[in-house]
Design a protein around this ligand. Structure first.
Ligand SMILES: C[S@@+](CC[C@H](N)C(=O)[O-])C[C@H]1O[C@@H](n2cnc3c(N)ncnc32)[C@H](O)[C@@H]1O
Length: 247
């Protein structure tokens, strides 16, 4: 079949040109449009980890990719085609971006990212580097959304901070200025690090949940005390939910 002449870069633009309602597009039509969209770089949210928490649209972008870039874990979990070219992201962002500069002219490049692509994610850097016009972003379920579904609480009053890789973060200030917040952790910026930074908190005033390996077989969500911060067994994929209880 010949490629249709579609100048639109997304479904809404396409429907404007064709004067059809987005809702009236069948799933097949939407998929068809996505297939022939102008974009060469896709930033795909894979969700928190479970294979059934990625969207159908993300899966489709992965299936139609020529080159897939992501962490070893995301490539192993979400790429089914064995003969596709993959680039593993480690500490080689610069080199990978230079490769994408060369590839994007005639290859469809997919970046796999965990959770949602624009929530404390590489997605932002990819857009900054290659420009909005070149990128299509497919949302994903974020780790924190999933965590709140598990504890059955709304996240509307919470602020989110990432201390993942952030050496200069002032945790004391975050505690002082916020009653409800989430901290995205990493193996170096973990519970012990937080306790070292703030020293002590007023007794019994907070509820803490540590949520690790969310949506995976090893998922664990624990309600812990501040004293537990010293010896709680941590996983590298973890976040902390903090709620002040004394107002
Ligand atoms: C670079 S950020 C990416 C966040 C991601 N874009 C999202 O929407 O969840 C990585 C941090 O997110 C959190 N995270 C991501 N996936 C997780 C999971 N399955 N379980 C617990 N925390 C997770 C951890 O704090 C991890 O260090």
């Amino acid at each position: 079949m010949d490629k249709p002449l579609i100048l639109a870069t997304n479904l809404h633009e396409y429907s404007r040109i064709k004067k059809i309602s987005v809702n009236s597009c069948s799933f097949v039509a939407k998929g068809f449009i996505i297939s022939y969209m102008d974009k060469r770089i896709f930033i795909v949210g894979c969700g928190p980890g479970a294979k059934d928490l990625i969207t159908m649209r993300s899966n489709r972008a992965i299936e139609e990719a020529d080159v897939i870039i992501g962490s070893r874990r995301l490539i192993a979990d979400f790429v089914r085609k064995r003969d596709i070219r993959t680039l593993v992201l480690e500490n080689n962002y610069q080199k990978v971006f230079e490769d994408v500069d060369r590839l994007k002219g005639d290859k469809r490049v997919v970046f796999l990212v965990s959770g949602d692509p624009l929530f404390h994610s590489l997605g932002e850097r990819v857009i900054e580097r290659f420009g909005r016009e070149s990128c299509e972003v497919i949302p994903g379920v974020s780790s924190f959304q999933y965590a709140f579904c598990q504890i059955k609480e709304s996240w509307k009053d919470y602020r989110v901070f990432s201390i993942h890789g952030d050496k200069d973060v002032d945790i004391g200030k975050i505690f002082k200025e916020n009653d409800r917040f989430i901290l995205l952790l990493d193996p170096g910026h973990n519970l012990k690090f937080i306790k070292r930074q703030i020293g002590a908190i007023p007794k019994c005033k907070y509820r803490f949940y540590v949520a690790s390996n969310l949506s995976m077989l090893t998922e664990k969500i624990s309600n812990i005390s501040f004293a537990d911060f010293d010896n709680f067994p941590e996983e590298s994929l973890s976040l902390l939910i903090v709620r002040r209880e004394d107002e």
